[in-house]
Ligand binder design. Structure first.
Ligand code: 2HG
Ligand code: ZN
Length: 469
């Protein structure tokens, strides 16, 4: 290691695995945003909590910023290291540490992939219900950092609901053991919940105890083609009245065109402006009959143009592909991503307002809407045309995002529903959080990370090392 700071780190921790080859810096220094050029100092791959603590103490002494790193599937730049930071990758801290069948709590290290955690739960005949398309690559530590949501929030809530305890290393190297799996704990501030969604700016999650639950009964999937947003909301209300929903998602004709070009099977002959996919329990004949009744009601009331109910799990998987492969089908075009939320009841009016703005501001771009409409969470991916450079594209998108943020403020919505603020959305935080709230957030950061070494410049700019204020 030619950098003297790294030599001193290895003197403190001779067994620490450090990487600093150009390929490693590139690989570990970025996330799925692909907007920033990775430029970390090096990558530390600790294998124990004590090593993480010692690295943090070293970082304090040297004034080096730390970027925590899981699967780097984030879409907001939260795991980007473009400023000489030390990346702490949790990929070697990826073990299941234990399971308690009475508490139904699984304890895992932060680097465990979501899919591996889900598999471990199934091994105990239970499930960990948070789920989304990046399951194979993302890590539970990253999920906690963004309070990840996904496709079954409508039934199970976000990551936060499932976190029974956390072990966290603060910005001074202190280890906090938060909540310890308790269900009831009215003993002051619940610091565990401060850490969930903090995007690595308050502490490094090294261990998590997650609650597991019973597997759901058999489910079925239906997809509807719809002409108008108001009709889609009617279908939502009808489904919620009669069915036990585990997912209710939507996408537009633009999204369908991209996933079909990417290999998905279009179940419909005619194009419709909107599509929705609902997943619901079919535990018995009564629930199956309810599903058919809703299906017929949607046609009878003229809310839908076409529809299909899955007849097998293979068909359900193929229908899910229409929704779950949207991100992948757009990835090569490096879309500008928005991840907003409003109250469900506000969706039609909000969408109308935004579509008017986008049609005026983005006539030359392909704007792809999709998302977790049953949670009020919309993803808007903007794709540039060939004539626009990457740099111009970002400038234009940021201008329009200011209009989006204003509209969100009018609707009382949020600029990030589940991807986090990171680097991408920090300029718009003020539309979602008041100045007073942000001041409190800064105060909390100051207490847990007094030297400003933990993921500086993410969520908001601050006085920490590596910040560019
Ligand atoms: C999803 O819901 C993910 O598929 C990704 O949150 C959304 O690519 C996106 O914008
Ligand atoms: Zn999503």
């Amino acid at each position: 290691m030619s950098d003297p700071r790294l030599s001193r780190l290895l003197e403190r921790l001779p067994q620490l695995l450090l990487k600093s080859e150009a390929g490693d810096l590139e690989y570990y220094g970025r996330d799925w945003t692909r907007r920033w050029t990775p430029a970390p100092l090096a990558i530390a791959l600790p294998s124990t909590t004590q090593e993480v603590q010692e690295v943090v103490r070293w970082a304090v002494t040297e004034g080096v910023a730390i970027v925590p790193s899981g699967g780097r599937t984030g879409l907001s730049g939260g795991a980007v290291a473009a400023n000489g930071e030390l990346v702490i990758s949790f990929e070697r801290m990826n073990r299941v540490l234990g399971f308690d069948s009475v508490d139904r709590i699984l304890t895992v290290q932060a680097g465990l992939a979501l899919e591996a955690l889900q598999r471990a739960a199934i091994g105990h005949e239970l499930i960990y219900p948070v789920d989304f398309a990046a399951r194979g690559s993302c890590s539970i530590g990253g999920n906690i950092a963004t309070n990840a949501g996904g496709i079954r929030v409508i039934r199970y809530g976000n990551t936060r609901e499932w976190i029974a305890g956390l072990k966290v290393v603060t910005g001074t190297g202190e280890l906090l053991d938060l909540n310890r799996g308790l269900i009831k704990n009215s003993s002051g501030y619940d610091l565990r919940h401060l850490l969930v969604g903090a995007e690595g700016t308050l502490g490094l999650v090294v261990e998590a105890s997650v609650r597991l639950t019973d597997p759901p009964p058999a489910s079925n999937v239906m997809v509807f083609a719809v002409s108008a947003m108001d009709d889609l909301m009617q279908v939502f209300a009808a489904c919620r009245r009669k069915l036990k929903l585990s997912a209710f998602e939507f996408f537009t004709d633009r999204a369908l065109e991209h996933v079909v070009a990417h290999g998905a099977q279009d179940p419909f002959e005619q194009v419709s402006p909107f599509y929705l996919i609902a997943e619901f329990d079919v535990a018995d004949e009564a629930q199956q009959a309810d599903a058919l009744e809703v299906f017929e009601q949607c046609f009878g009331n003229g809310w839908v143009n076409d529809g299909v109910i899955s007849q097998s799990s293979a068909q359900a998987a193929s229908l899910w592909r229409l929704r779950e492969s949207i991100t992948e089908s757009l990835a090569a075009r490096k879309p500008y991503k928005n991840d907003i939320s409003v109250r469900i009841s506000a969706i039609p009016a909000f969408m109308q307002a935004m579509r008017t703005i986008f049609e005026r501001e983005y006539p030359h771009y392909d704007v792809v809407w999709f998302g977790h409409i049953g949670d009020g969470n919309l993803h808007i991916n903007v794709l540039k045309d060939d004539a626009t450079t990457d740099a111009m594209f970002i400038v234009e998108c940021e201008r329009v995002t200011r209009l989006l943020a204003q509209t969100l403020a009018e609707f009382g919505g949020s600029i990030s529903a589940e991807h986090g603020i990171g680097l991408v959305k920090k300029g718009y935080l003020l539309g979602t959080r008041s100045a007073a709230e942000i001041a409190v957030m800064r105060g909390i950061k100051q207490v847990l990370d007094p030297h400003g070494i933990l993921n500086p410049g993410k969520v908001f700019d601050g006085a920490g090392v590596g910040s560019r204020e």
